[in-house]
Design a protein around this ligand. Structure first.
Ligand code: ADP
Ligand code: ADP
Length: 224
């Protein structure tokens, strides 16, 4: 299981070079993408998530070109965007069931089992009947992870998931991601160095669309 990003470039219509010859190899486990606002993290993640196309270069998931196989890739991909909106007047249980139907889990018994397991996994089972509008930031993010895991993805992409979480909620979230990364490629972006130190097996630092460093956090982060 491996994601290969090869020489990816993207320039927006306004001339902003969001990605410039980005190349990365991302194995199973937790991969952290560190960079300041505007570095190109979201652009890279949306491109991996097949939601936008690069101008040049390519991305392979286990030898499958993602841009040429979007339909197949989406079946094994989970994505939690930076601004993940929920319907505040719905309960987690009801909304997760809706998402499950949208993802093609139409068999009722199977859906019930999957939804229940994910509510347990994300520690939301006891709060499953509560409206999402009353959830804390950390609970909302865990709900976002639950919906991203509905199709049991091999690749999970999470964009700035810890922004706005307090230390306790961040820790809880770290534990959840670590568990998922035991058998999944998890890529997450952050501008918080601590996130990377705590969590990642591998990392890259991106700035102005370019990869400036890549490697193991323990080797790289001393100097940060
Ligand atoms: P981030 O917090 O990841 O930097 P942004 O605030 O840059 O995200 O972008 C939020 C949304 O606005 C994204 O969907 C992005 O594509 C869009 N966007 C960002 N910058 C521009 C821009 N200069 N022109 C048009 N759309 C933009
Ligand atoms: P990050 O996620 O690291 O904050 P982004 O990928 O959101 O970075 O943005 C990288 C650069 O591209 C920024 O300068 C941003 O303003 C610009 N950008 C992002 N989305 C768009 C868009 N849709 N149109 C034009 N410029 C964009």
């Amino acid at each position: 299981m491996k994601l290969i990003i090869d020489n990816l470039s993207k320039t927006y219509g306004n001339g902003v070079k969001a990605l410039q010859n980005v190349s990365l190899e991302i194995p199973k486990g937790m991969f952290g993408l560190l960079g300041p606002n505007g570095a190109g993290k979201s652009t890279l993640m949306r491109t991996i998530a097949t939601l936008q196309d690069a101008d040049s270069g390519h991305i392979l998931l286990d030898d499958l070109n993602i841009a040429a196989n979007k339909h197949t890739i989406r079946k094994c991909l989970g994505y939690l965007p930076q601004q993940f909106g929920v319907y505040p007047k719905m309960s987690a249980e009801v909304l997760l069931n809706h998402f499950a139907v949208l993802k093609g889990i139409t068999q009722k018994g199977e859906r019930k089992d999957i939804v229940e397991a994910l509510l347990h996994k994300t520690n939301l089972y006891d709060a499953r009947k509560q409206n999402l509008g009353g959830y804390s930031g950390g609970m909302k993010q865990r709900f976002g992870i639950a919906q991203a895991l509905l199709n049991n993805p091999t690749l999970l992409i999470v964009d700035e998931p810890t922004a706005g979480l307090d230390p306790k909620e961040r820790n809880r979230f770290y534990n959840l991601l670590s568990e998922i990364a035991e058998n999944t490629i998890v890529i997450f972006s952050t501008h918080i160095v601590e996130d990377i130190k705590e969590l990642c097996n591998n990392m890259a630092i991106i700035n102005k669309g370019e990869v400036v460093l890549r490697g193991k956090p323990l080797e790289l982060i001393e100097g940060l």
